[in-house]
Design a protein around this ligand. Structure first.
Ligand SMILES: [Zn+2]
Length: 670
C-alpha cells in the first residue's frame, strides 16, 4: 500500500467486500466467512484509512459510530404517515376482519402475508442513491425523532444498499428495532451489578437505547433491525407486500425469514397458532402476528380509516400469565446490602417453564399491590428473567391475612436496616453481614471479573460460615488444608480452586476493579477507569472531577468510586490485595520499549510460544503497533509457522522479516 492510488484501490475493494459479507450475514443469513475473517477485513480498512484520512467517506463501514454525542434529536415530519394497526385478540375477530374486506372488495380468494409482530420500536430508514441519509423513529406517526447517528451504529442497518438496478433513487423503508433476548439478559445483569435499575423489558431497553445521546452506547448494546415495508412501494414499481419483502432482501435489508405468504385466512390462522406455540424459541419477543392483504392494488382499493389501514390487522397473542398462591415472602440481601422481597410461589407452569419465585421489586411495590402471604396472584413473564407479580386476585383472598411488613432488621445478620432518604430500598448497613460477603465473593469470582470458576455458591457459603474468608484478600491466604477440610471437597477440586486463584492474580486491572463490586461500577465503567488511570493507586488518588473527565463516566460513578477509596477498610483491602500479588496496574504501564515504540508490526503464521493475540498485546504493551496489512510503513513482519501471503508481500516491499526467536529478543528488550 505504498502509493495513495494503490490504497484507494484497496479501500474500494475492502468496502465492497465488507458490504457483500454484511448482506450475506444480515439479509440472507448465509455467511461465507468467519467473524474473525470479517473483523480482519474491517481492521485492514481501518488501518489504511488511518494512514490516508482523506479516503474516509461517511458511508465507509468503519464510520458506523460517530464520536460526538448529540445534544438532542431534531424532529422530522414523515413524508408518508406511519399508521398503527388495528388489533384483534381472537380468531373470530380475525374472521370478522376478512368479512369487512369482502364487503369492500367482494368475496374472493385473497392472498395474505403473515409476519411476526416484533415487540420493539418502529423506525423509518431513508436512502438516497443507495446511501443511508436519515433514520426517524415512529414518534406519534406524523413526526418522529431523527436518530440517524444511532441507527448507523446498528450493525444490521446497511449504510449502503446493494448495487441493484431496481433500487429507487429515493427510498424509505420501515421496520422494527429490537434488542435480542440474550443481550437483554446480559445488559440487565450488568445494570444490576452496577447498582442501576434494570430495564423492565426488551422493548423498553430498545427504546431507551435509541434515545441515548451517545452512538457509542447504542453500538455496545447490540440492537438489531427487521424491515417490513417500503413506504412508497407502488411508486417503486412493487406490486405486493410479498414482493416488497423479497426486493428489500435483495437490496441488502434484513427482513424476517419467518414471514409467510398465505392463500386464504385458514393458512393465516395456521401460521398464528404455529408461532404462538413457538414464540419462546425466537431470539426476540413477539406479541402477535401482522396480517396484510398481499396485493397492493387491493390495498389501495380498501384504503384507510383516519387511524388504521383497512387492509392490515395485528393479531395479538394473549400475555403469558398464570395464577398461583404466594407461600411466603422472602427477603434477599444483595452484595451492596440492598434488601429485595421475593414471592415464593406454589410452583406453576408459565410460558414453557416451571415458576416458583417472582420478584416483588421493593416494599412500595408490595404495598401498592397489597400482596400478602396466602394470596392468589396473577404472574406474568415479559422479557424478564424472573417473572413478576401483576396483581392480587382479590376475591380469592382467605380470611385473616395481614398486609406484609418489611423487616426492621436484616434477615441474615439481624442488624437494624436503614432506608436512606429518597431511596425506595432498605439496606443492611453491616459490611460484615454474611449474606453480603457471600454475594460479594460470588461477584468477585464471576467469569467477567476474576474468573474463579471453582468458587461455587455452596463453597462460598461454607467459607463464609466457617469464617475462613471475610473479604477478597482472604481468598488468597487459603491453603490446601483449609479447602480440603470443607464438606464434599475432594482434593482434586481443592487443588483446582487453588490453581484458579493463583491464575487470577494476574487478571487485568479492569477485571479486578469490576470484581471489587464498587456500587455503580459495571464492567464498562471498570474498563474505562482502568484504561484511563492505569493503576488502583492512581484511581484511589483521583478526584471526583478527574474521574468525571473520563468520557462516559458520570458523576454518580465518580462519586461512588471516590467514596469507596475514602473508606479506610477499603484502603487496607487494596493494600492486602497488592501484598497477595494481584495485578493492580494496567498492562502498558510496563516501561515502553525504545526498540518497539512507534514501530508497526504485522503478524503472520502460527507462533509456538504464544497466540497471535498475546503477541499483539505484548507488542502494544511496549508501545508498538500491530496492523493487519503489510505496507512500506511496516517496520517488520513477524513470521511464524505456515506464514500467509503477507510474508511474500513483505519480501516484495523489502520489509524486514523476524522469526519467533527474534520477536522474543525484541520483547526482552534486545
Ligand atoms: Zn445483614
Amino acid at each position: 500500500m505504498s502509493t495513495r492510488a494503490a490504497a484507494e484501490e484497496r479501500v474500494r475493494w475492502l468496502r465492497e467486500e465488507i458490504r457483500r459479507h454484511e448482506h450475506l450475514y444480515y439479509a440472507l443469513n448465509r455467511p461465507e466467512i468467519s467473524d474473525q475473517a470479517y473483523d480482519d477485513l474491517e481492521r485492514e480498512l481501518r488501518d489504511i484509512e488511518a494512514r490516508f484520512p482523506d479516503l474516509v467517506t461517511p458511508d465507509s463501514p468503519t464510520q458506523r459510530v460517530g464520536e460526538t454525542p448529540s445534544e438532542e434529536f431534531p424532529t422530522f415530519v414523515h413524508r408518508v404517515r406511519m399508521l398503527s394497526l388495528d388489533n384483534t385478540y381472537s380468531e373470530d375477530e380475525l374472521r370478522e376482519f376478512e368479512a369487512r374486506v369482502f364487503r369492500a372488495i367482494g368475496e374472493q380468494e385473497i392472498a395474505y402475508t403473515a409476519e411476526l409482530k416484533v415487540d420493539g420500536l418502529s423506525m423509518a430508514l431513508h436512502y438516497e442513491d443507495r446511501r443511508l441519509v436519515r433514520a426517524v423513529t415512529r414518534g406519534d406517526g406524523v413526526r418522529g425523532d431523527d436518530v440517524t447517528a444511532n441507527a448507523r451504529a446498528i450493525r444490521s442497518v446497511p449504510l449502503v444498499l446493494r448495487d441493484e438496478a431496481d433500487v429507487p433513487p429515493t427510498l424509505e423503508v420501515r421496520g422494527e428495532v429490537y434488542l435480542p433476548r440474550s443481550r437483554f439478559g446480559e445488559i440487565n445483569r450488568e445494570r444490576e451489578e452496577a447498582g442501576e435499575e434494570p430495564f423492565a423489558n426488551p422493548r423498553n431497553s430498545a427504546a431507551g437505547t435509541i434515545k441515548s445521546l451517545d452512538p457509542r452506547v447504542v453500538a455496545g448494546r447490540g440492537l438489531d433491525i427487521l424491515l417490513y415495508s417500503i413506504a412508497d412501494a407502488r411508486a417503486a414499481g412493487v406490486r405486493s407486500q410479498w414482493e416488497a419483502l423479497e426486493r428489500m432482501r435483495a437490496w441488502g435489508l434484513r427482513t424476517n425469514p419467518a414471514s409467510r405468504r398465505c392463500q386464504g385466512l385458514e393458512e393465516v390462522l395456521v401460521f398464528c397458532r404455529e408461532w404462538q406455540g413457538k414464540r419462546d424459541e425466537l431470539e426476540y419477543e413477539i406479541d402477535g402476528v401482522v396480517v396484510k392483504v398481499d396485493d397492493f392494488a387491493l390495498q389501495e382499493e380498501l384504503g384507510a380509516t383516519s387511524k388504521f389501514p383497512r387492509w392490515a390487522i395485528a393479531f395479538k397473542y394473549p400475555a403469558e400469565q398464570a395464577t398461583t398462591i404466594v407461600r411466603s415472602i422472602d427477603v434477599q440481601v444483595g452484595r451492596t446490602g440492598k434488601l429485595t422481597p421475593v414471592a415464593i410461589l406454589e410452583p406453576v407452569s408459565l410460558a414453557g417453564s416451571t415458576v416458583s419465585r417472582a420478584t416483588l421489586h421493593n416494599e412500595e411495590e408490595i404495598a401498592r399491590k397489597d400482596v400478602r402471604v396466602l394470596d392468589t396472584v396473577l404472574i406474568e413473564k415479559g422479557g424478564e428473567v424472573i417473572p413478576k407479580v401483576v396483581g392480587v386476585v382479590a376475591e380469592a383472598r382467605p380470611k385473616g391475612t395481614r398486609p406484609w411488613t418489611p423487616p426492621e432488621t436484616c434477615p441474615v445478620c439481624d442488624e437494624p436496616v436503614v432506608r436512606p432518604e429518597g431511596e425506595v430500598d432498605r439496606r443492611c448497613p453491616n459490611v460484615s453481614c454474611p449474606a453480603q460477603i457471600e454475594e460479594r465473593l460470588k461477584h468477585f469470582a464471576r467469569r467477567t471479573a476474576m474468573d474463579i470458576e471453582g468458587l461455587g455458591d455452596s463453597l462460598v457459603a461454607q467459607l463464609v460460615e466457617r469464617e475462613l474468608v471475610r473479604d477478597y484478600a482472604d481468598l488468597y491466604a487459603l491453603d490446601l488444608d483449609d479447602v480440603v477440610a470443607l464438606e464434599r471437597m475432594a482434593e482434586k477440586s481443592a487443588r483446582n480452586l487453588l490453581e484458579q486463584l493463583e491464575r487470577s492474580r494476574s487478571r487485568e486491572l479492569r477485571h479486578l476493579l469490576f470484581g471489587l463490586g464498587i456500587r455503580h461500577v459495571g464492567e464498562r465503567a471498570a474498563q474505562l477507569l482502568a484504561r484511563h488511570f492505569r493503576s488502583l493507586d492512581a484511581l484511589a488518588a483521583a478526584s471526583v472531577e478527574e474521574m468525571e473527565a473520563v468520557h462516559e463516566i458520570g458523576p454518580i460513578v465518580a462519586q461512588s468510586v471516590h467514596d469507596w477509596f475514602r473508606d479506610p477498610a477499603n484502603r487496607r483491602l487494596v493494600e492486602r490485595l497488592k501484598e497477595a500479588g494481584l495485578r493492580t496496574e494496567e498492562e502498558g504501564t510496563a516501561p515502553v520499549s525504545p526498540v518497539l515504540q512507534g514501530q508497526q508490526f504485522v503478524l503472520t503464521g502460527t507462533l509456538d510460544s504464544m497466540t497471535r493475540e498475546e503477541a499483539k498485546a505484548a507488542i502494544e504493551a511496549r508501545g508498538g503497533r500491530v496492523t493487519s496489512s503489510v505496507s512500506k510503513k511496516t517496520s517488520a513482519v513477524i513470521v511464524g509457522r505456515d506464514p500467509g501471503s503477507k510474508a511474500d508481500k513483505a519480501r516484495g516491499l523489502g520489509v524486514r522479516l523476524i522469526d519467533e526467536e527474534g520477536l522474543s529478543a525484541l520483547l526482552a528488550g534486545d
